[in-house]
Structure formats: structure tokens, C-alpha cells
Ligand binder design. Structure first.
Ligand code: DSN
Length: 406
């Protein structure tokens, strides 16, 4: 590698090693996944799908992609007679847009959770192309910070959407897919669930499934997810759809949106799914929840306000209003002390999104490094001290380095 690039690459390794990472959407992949990402599969063009490519030389690529599909379905206990999966999306945002283009016409009406309430840009926010090309109405959370299912129903009744999108990037509570599915069925609309944040938790059953209820009742029609958050795979995304929707979804990905799939990424995604089916991964996701709950409780003891009063998953939002520090300043103070967490709007935030009132805290990355409840208690103290202006850099660095990155 070029000397300067090699230096930067090593500096990033060092930064990761020395930092306590509380960014809820980040994680560390296994050495096997890093190996897959640097494989020679990156050299290959393979527009099309297994058995129907526009280039020769794809015998092994076909097997890799078929295997990735099989492992994806297995990870979420799905039968391939009911569900199909596309493993080619480059990442989450294009995956979501490809779904909209597959099941909606331009300017069709849809519902999505507002970004300011914990939703995602691609769920119809006005500056995202999802909000530009489709007529999205946005729902949010109620006064207790809980997803406002009543608002979803009211909007569905009023606007008769063709699609209801749910899923979040800053929501700390269990999402009730049964309720959402009932609304979708009542108003005869498709239900798409974006489980990017909680995919790892769904895979092991520590968060209810959007695919079907315990009773066997069918829920979502389409489920999208990135592969690099709680699922702990490489950057990428996949789309699950009910079998009858898959031809349109596949066409929307290729040739609709993308050219050649990133085959090294597909290899790494298959590896991630194989890892996600192990008992070790299940234990990992159970520990994520224990860690998040512990960290939230410890911060509450230190007079921090948590949106919705707590957490059921891998993250929570701190509303820093009572601490007299903005989310932007908190992010900087933490980073100065080798703790990384991103600023975030809180519901009904009086401040602007560029420097909002909150900070989002997640534990998937620390949990991958082996941290447990004891370390969470310590991290709560470090956050408190750092936000009071104390210097805890060396303490944070020492703690991070006791738990090396994989
Ligand atoms: N940027 C991701 C997150 O941080 O949640 C979502 O795309």
C-alpha cells in the first residue's frame, strides 16, 4: 500500500483501539469478515442474478450469492416458499429507495417515522430523495417518547397510503409489529419494516420478529436491513420480500438502481449470517441488552434524562437539556476524552438538528469487544465526568485498550 495511505490506515486502527465506541450504528467485524472483504471477489463483474448473469466467469460468484441468500433466510427462520431475499444492495439507503421504486409509483403516498422522532432520512424526510419522489407523511412518538401507533392509524385512515414504513435509528423501545401490521391490513396497505438497527437482536429473538408473530400470523410484507450494525457484518444491505413481491424488488435493484453487485461484500455478508446463527452470537445480543440497560440505569442515577425513560434494545437517547450542555458540545467533550457517541435530536427538540439537545448512546460495539455490566458502570462515570469538563482521557483510553478490537 502507498506509504501515506498505510499510515492513515494504521492511525485509524489505533484510534479505534484507543476509543470507547458508543455509536449505536457501529460495530467491529470478525477477522473472517475482514478477510472476505479483501478477497479477489472484488475483481469480478456479475450484473444479474445467479444463473442469469451478463458476464462470464461467474460460477463461484453464483454459489457465493446463492449461499448468502440461503444463510440470510436461515438466520431469520424464513421459508423460501414464502420469502425471498436480495443480497445485492450496496447499502441501506439504496435498498430502501429500491423498495419504494418497486412498490410505489412516483408521488404515491406512504407513511414513515419522522427523523426528529428517531426515524431515518430514507423514511420520507423531505431532503432525502425518498421524501422528494414520494408523498410521505410522517408519524412520531407520543409525549412519553413512545411510538405513536394511534397517529400511524390516523394518518393511514386519512391519507390511504400504499406503503407504511416503520423502523428507527434512534428509538430505544420494542416496536410492536403486530399493531403496525393490523393497521396495514385494516387500510389495505403494504408494510415495510427497516430493521437496520435491530437486525442482530431480531435474528436471535431478543427483539420480536417483524416477519411473523409467535402465533404464526404474518406481519411485514417487506423487511430491509443493513448488515453492519447489530448484525455485525460488513457494510451492505439486504431486502427480504414476500415471494410475490420479489420479482419487482429484484428488478428494482438490477437493472433499476445498480450495476454489478459487490461480490466481496456478498461473501462477507454470507460469513456474517453464518456467525449470526451461532450460540455465541445469541449470547452477544443478550449481553448488548444487559449492557444498554445497565448503562442507562447508571446514567439515570447521575441525573441524566433518558428519552422514554429507559431502553429495551441496544441504544438510548440522552436528553441533555437539564445538564446545560448541547448535543454538539457533548459530542466534542466526549471525543476529546476518547469516548465516541453522536449528537442526536430528541423528540420535539427546541434546538436545530446540527446542534440538537441529545446524544445517542449504543452498546453493540463495546459488547463486541467483551465489555460487560462492570465496564458499563465505569463508562457512565466517565461520561458524567467528561460532560462536567473533567479530563478522563487516559482513564477512557486505558479501559478501551483492555478490550482490543477484533
Ligand atoms: N447512519 C445510521 C445511524 O447512525 O443510525 C443510519 O443510517
Amino acid at each position: 500500500m502507498d506509504k501515506q495511505l498505510d499510515k492513515l490506515n494504521k492511525l485509524e486502527d489505533k484510534r479505534q483501539l484507543e476509543t470507547i465506541n458508543l455509536i449505536a450504528s457501529e460495530n467491529y467485524v470478525s477477522p473472517a469478515i475482514r478477510e472476505a472483504m479483501s478477497s479477489r471477489l472484488t475483481n469480478k463483474y456479475s450484473e444479474g442474478y445467479p444463473g442469469a448473469r451478463y458476464y462470464p466467469g461467474n460460477q463461484y460468484v453464483d454459489e457465493v450469492e446463492t449461499l448468502a441468500q440461503k444463510e440470510a433466510l436461515k438466520t431469520f427462520n424464513l421459508k423460501n416458499s414464502t420469502w425471498g431475499v436480495n443480497v445485492q444492495p450496496y447499502s441501506g439507503s439504496p435498498a430502501n429507495f429500491a423498495v419504494y421504486a418497486a412498490v410505489l409509483e412516483k408521488n404515491d403516498t406512504a407513511l414513515g417515522m419522522a427523523l426528529s422522532s428517531g426515524g431515518h432520512l430514507t423514511h420520507g424526510f423531505k431532503v432525502s430523495h425518498s421524501g422528494r419522489f414520494f408523498n410521505f407523511f410522517q408519524y412520531g412518538v407520543d409525549k412519553n417518547g413512545l411510538l405513536n401507533y394511534e397517529e400511524v392509524e390516523n394518518l393511514a385512515q386519512k391519507y390511504k397510503p400504499r406503503l407504511i414504513v416503520c423502523g428507527a435509528s434512534a428509538y430505544s423501545r420494542i416496536i410492536n409489529f403486530i399493531k403496525l401490521s393490523k393497521i396495514a391490513k385494516k387500510y389495505n396497505t403494504l408494510l415495510m419494516v427497516d430493521i437496520a438497527h435491530i437486525a442482530g437482536l431480531v435474528a436471535t429473538g431478543v427483539h420480536p420478529s417483524p416477519f411473523s408473530a409467535k402465533s404464526g400470523q404474518a406481519l411485514a410484507d417487506i423487511v430491509t436491513t443493513t448488515t453492519h450494525k447489530t448484525l455485525r457484518g460488513p457494510r451492505g444491505a439486504i431486502i427480504f420480500g414476500r415471494a410475490e413481491l420479489m420479482p419487482a424488488i429484484n428488478k428494482s435493484i438490477f437493472p433499476g438502481h445498480q450495476g454489478g453487485p459487490h461480490n466481496h461484500q456478498t461473501l462477507a455478508i454470507a460469513q456474517a449470517f453464518i456467525e449470526a446463527q451461532t450460540p455465541k452470537f445469541k449470547q452477544y445480543t443478550v449481553q448488548i441488552i444487559k449492557n444498554t440497560k445497565t448503562l442507562a440505569k447508571e446514567l439515570q442515577k447521575l441525573n441524566f434524562n433518558i428519552v422514554s425513560g429507559g431502553t429495551d434494545n441496544h441504544l438510548f437517547l440522552l436528553d441533555l437539556t437539564n445538564k446545560g450542555v448541547s448535543g454538539g458540545d457533548a459530542e466534542k467533550l466526549l471525543e476529546k476524552n476518547n469516548i465516541i457517541a453522536n449528537r442526536n435530536t430528541v423528540p420535539n427538540d427546541p434546538r436545530k438538528p446540527f446542534d440538537p439537545s441529545g446524544i445517542r448512546i449504543g452498546t453493540p460495539a463495546c459488547t463486541t469487544r467483551g465489555m460487560k455490566e462492570k465496564e458499563m458502570k465505569k463508562i457512565a462515570q466517565l461520561i458524567d465526568k467528561a460532560l462536567c469538563g473533567q479530563d478522563v482521557k487516559n482513564e477512557a483510553k486505558k479501559l478501551a485498550m483492555e478490550f482490543p478490537t477484533p
